[in-house]
Design a protein around this ligand. Structure first.
Ligand SMILES: [Zn+2]
Length: 403
């Protein structure tokens, strides 16, 4: 295939970023009726996940957009960059769409919690309701989560209904810990699993007469337990879950069962904690790392294990469940990825799967500065022509992804 071409497209289309920024802009962040994030129980003045954090990432994406717009282009310029487009989504997933993964009872409980929180605000009381494990509900939580899912649906539509080959959904709140019947880890609705199911049953079929095949690649530091439980055993939906493995729950001071596992960052080996059974299924590949890693260790394992698994599936759509907390230095994660690792993984898979559409969905990331530094190369990897080599680290793995 000629450089710059994908099947059915004469040229690589520039990246389109969909966002639900209306949910987390400054005005929303200051409204007591918004989704306010999740509070740190040990330090109630501090929030783990909050609108301002998401807004910082939206600003980082806008900086990248400006950089790309000002890059030199024209005759003789190597790899001229096409503009990046940003689209504010106004779409909210409907309840019937959410029922593909979540239960009626769970959705009802989530809505009711938001209603109770609203009444508390109106009565001048504390709005934070401990709804799930590290997942507080405030008045706007249900709608904000539906907005995240709707925005991801817009990103899926764009890669299926147009010549767009890659898109990104910059959304908040995140979703990959939300299970069919419970909220956890700042997540309320299982955005990646819902987007994958939506893509699978989309009226636009990449291979006419066949449901679309979707692989979710979760590169968040933590296990995508919600995504895994949402798609476990479902035909045509697959998950590669890259995760730091810790079997120990610091909160309950005990080992977790395999379904609910939700790792933390403590150095387990130093604590003398042994390993726990792997959370897996035939359509799920858990790519686990014991403790913090060098970037090349993670990439080597990905190339050796995940790449052949994804190649064997030959997906129509790759859905990146993009956790920026796998970056070195993240306060709640920190598996050890350098920013260029995000570029290398995404770019490499675009190169390895020239027929696939790629769509990203934002998950965790808890130091806005570090997260912003990793978001930009991830977006550039979705934006670039797959043939370009812009990173020294990617150059090391270029041949492995092509092979
Ligand atoms: Zn995470």
């Amino acid at each position: 295939m000629a450089k710059g071409q994908t099947p059915g497209n004469d040229v690589i289309m520039p990246l389109r970023i969909f966002h639900n920024g209306a949910t987390f802009d400054h005005a929303a962040a200051q409204s007591p009726f918004a989704h306010l994030g999740t509070r740190d129980r040990d330090n109630p003045a501090h929030r783990f996940d909050y609108p301002g954090k998401a807004f910082t990432l939206l600003c980082a994406a806008r900086e990248l957009q400006e950089y790309v717009a000002s890059a030199p282009r024209g005759e003789g310029v190597q790899s001229p960059l096409q503009p990046i487009t940003m689209v504010g989504s106004s779409r909210y997933a409907s309840e019937s769409e959410l029922l593909k993964i979540h239960s009626t009872a769970y959705l009802q409980a989530l809505k009711e919690a938001a209603t109770v929180s609203r009444a508390r605000v109106e009565a001048g009381q504390d709005p934070f309701i401990e709804f799930g494990r590290e997942a507080d509900v405030t008045p706007g939580t249900y709608d904000a989560a539906r907005h995240s899912v709707g925005t991801a649906f817009d990103a899926i539509d764009a890669v299926l209904q147009s010549q767009q080959t890659s898109t990104f959904a910059l959304v908040w709140p995140p979703g990959h810990h939300a299970e069919p019947d419970r909220a956890m880890g700042f997540c309320y609705l299982s955005t990646a699993a819902l987007a994958a199911a939506y893509a699978q049953d989309h009226r636009v079929q990449v291979r006419p007469g066949q449901p679309n095949r979707v692989v979710i690649i979760d590169i968040d530091h933590h296990r995508g337990n919600g995504t895994a439980n949402g798609i476990r055993g479902k035909n045509g939906l697959f998950l590669v879950d890259m995760t730091y493995r810790s079997p120990y729950d610091e909160v309950s001071n005990r080992y977790l069962d395999e379904v609910r596992e939700y790792p933390y960052t403590r150095d387990d080996a130093a604590l003398g904690i042994s390993k726990h059974p792997v959370c897996s299924a035939p359509n799920i590949l858990s790519l686990e790392f014991d403790g913090f890693q060098k970037t090349t260790t993670v990439l080597d394992a990905f190339v050796a294990t995940a790449l052949p698994f994804v190649r064997s599936i030959n997906p129509d759509i790759v859905l990146w469940s993009l956790g920026l907390d796998a970056a070195k230095g993240d306060p709640l994660g920190g598996l050890g990825l350098l920013p260029s690792a995000y570029y290398t993984l995404i770019k490499g898979m675009r190169l390895a799967l020239p027929h696939a559409r790629h769509c990203g969905v934002l998950e965790g990331g808890y130091d806005p500065r570090i997260s912003g530094r990793c978001l930009k190369p991830a977006l550039m990897a979705l934006h670039d022509d797959p043939g370009d080599v812009r990173s020294r680290l990617f150059a090391q793995y270029h041949e492995a992804f092509l092979a």
